[in-house]
Design a protein around this ligand. Structure first.
Ligand SMILES: Cc1cc2nc3c(=O)[nH]c(=O)nc-3n(C[C@H](O)[C@H](O)[C@H](O)COP(=O)(O)OP(=O)(O)OC[C@H]3O[C@@H](n4cnc5c(N)ncnc54)[C@H](O)[C@@H]3O)c2cc1C
Length: 405
């Protein structure tokens, strides 16, 4: 490795939830780690304020964050458990109800603010001598050689690493500069998010109504409000964002079928463009992609960051094994173990979310009747329903050690 470059073992680009979790999973193992992030994480916010960006974390993610020693801090910053989930179809009338008690679990997961998860992970990184944080800094150039990844940063530093990890989100520069193509498409859907007050208590339940224009979810927050994720066509999103509060309230009440009574105060609204995207490769010699840099999925089942945490855990497991058997952590043999562990699982989830999105966007009468009948039938078939619940909770057998009970 050239002497012009600061030398490190693992260099992570992107310190969002997934990149920071992966960095935490690498601590205490004798590796020198560098993390490059363009934006400082938010350090504080007014008491009682809930951010627009929240995620539903499942049990597997909770276990990973517990093992990394940050879960208690996330709970202290505020996390709302949801114990039930009610899903219904606006067109055919089919319904399905998931209850954590049926599986003997205390909850189906937690709704957490993304910034709280990121902050807890950064505090963990800042308390370690193993990691150097380069923030704010971005990428200027990348060169992958046979024995190192060489990076030029925007702050003028040059870093050489045995392994480069791209955790820089769905528009990943690392992926682009490494010449890794993606497959996928834009959904012509945008997700509108906002925090809203409802007359009736959310009952620690995640509510989701499938409308022909896209799903609408009400996720329970700790303060009694709900975080909404409303997927609509791009033009409808513009229209909804442009409405005054009163008109937006009426449209929202109608869209959720009045399930939670009258809607009260509505916080600021924002919209996110949705796409389905999958990297053709997750690894190359000296390089691995994790989280949204590798895959972006429709938020209708709240799986994006849950898949990303499993990537982080699986890559950490592959590196542990390489270390134990004195293999190169940036070599293809090591990195392919990670890719094999995650790619198939992610493809299944991407295909399932895409299938759901298409199935529920279809108003053709026989299809609408069949899918509603299917929902209600699965609701009555306990073994199948429990299989779906276990999978959504991330309780399958084939999961990386950090996510196991
Ligand atoms: C409306 C909506 C609702 C969602 N709800 C859920 C949910 O309920 N549950 C769930 O599991 N998932 C959900 N998701 C998906 C989830 O938000 C993403 O999967 C998750 O944020 C991905 O995390 P990440 O760390 O991989 O990427 P990101 O969150 O995109 O983080 C990437 C980081 O890299 C940094 N970065 C980017 N480029 C560079 C660069 N060149 N140099 C240095 N740093 C860089 C960025 O600043 C950022 O901090 C939702 C998504 C949307 C849009």
């Amino acid at each position: 490795m050239s002497e012009q470059y600061l030398q490190t073992d693992i260099l992570i680009v992107g310190g969002g939830m997934v990149g920071a979790a992966f960095a935490c999973a690498c601590l205490g193992k004798g590796w020198r780690i560098a993390l490059v992030e363009t934006r400082e994480p938010q350090r504080s916010w007014p008491a009682g304020e809930v951010d627009l960006r929240v995620s539903a974390l499942n049990r597997a993610s909770q276990r990973i964050l517990e093992r990394l020693g940050v879960w208690d801090r996330i709970l202290a910053l505020g996390a709302s458990p949801y114990r039930e989930m009610r899903v219904w179809d606006a067109v055919g009338g089919g319904t399905i109800h998931f209850d954590s008690a049926e599986l003997g679990e205390s909850d189906l997961g937690h709704i957490v603010e993304n910034r709280a998860v990121q902050l807890a992970l950064w505090e963990c990184l800042e308390s370690s001598d193993d990691v150097t944080l380069h923030c704010p800094a971005g990428l200027e150039d990348i060169e992958l050689t046979t024995d190192a990844a060489l990076l030029d940063l925007t702050d003028g530093r040059r870093i050489g690493a045995r392994l480069l990890v791209g955790a820089d989100g769905r528009d990943s520069q690392v992926r682009g500069r490494a010449g890794i193509a993606t497959r996928g498409w834009l959904y012509d859907q945008h997700a509108i998010v906002a925090n809203v007050q409802t007359k009736e208590w959310h009952r620690e339940t995640a509510w989701q109504r499938f409308l022909p224009t896209g799903p609408l979810a009400f996720l329970p927050l700790l303060d009694g409000r709900c975080s909404i994720v409303w997927s609509v066509t791009a033009s409808r999103a513009d229209e909804l964002l442009g409405l005054g509060e009163e008109d937006f309230r009426l449209q929202l009440e109608e869209a959720i079928d009045g399930r939670l009574g009258a809607i009260g105060e509505i916080g600021p609204r924002a919209a996110f463009e949705l796409r389905m995207q999958h990297a053709e490769q997750y690894v190359k010699p000296r390089l691995a992609l994790i989280g949204d840099a590798a895959h972006a999925v429709h938020p209708l089942a709240g799986q994006g960051v849950n898949l990303g945490f499993l990537d982080a855990a699986a890559l950490a497991a592959a590196l542990d094994e390489a270390r134990d058997s004195r293999r190169d952590i940036g070599g293809l043999r090591t990195l392919r173990r990670y890719e094999r562990a995650r790619r198939g699982d992610n493809i299944l989830m991407l295909a399932a979310m895409d299938g759901f999105k298409r199935l529920f966007s279809n108003e053709v009468a026989p299809l609408a009747i069949a899918r509603s009948a299917g929902l209600s039938m699965v609701d009555r078939l306990a073994p199948i329903k429990h299989f779906f619940m276990r999978h959504a909770l991330g309780l399958g057998d084939d999961i990386p050690p950090l996510a196991r009970p």
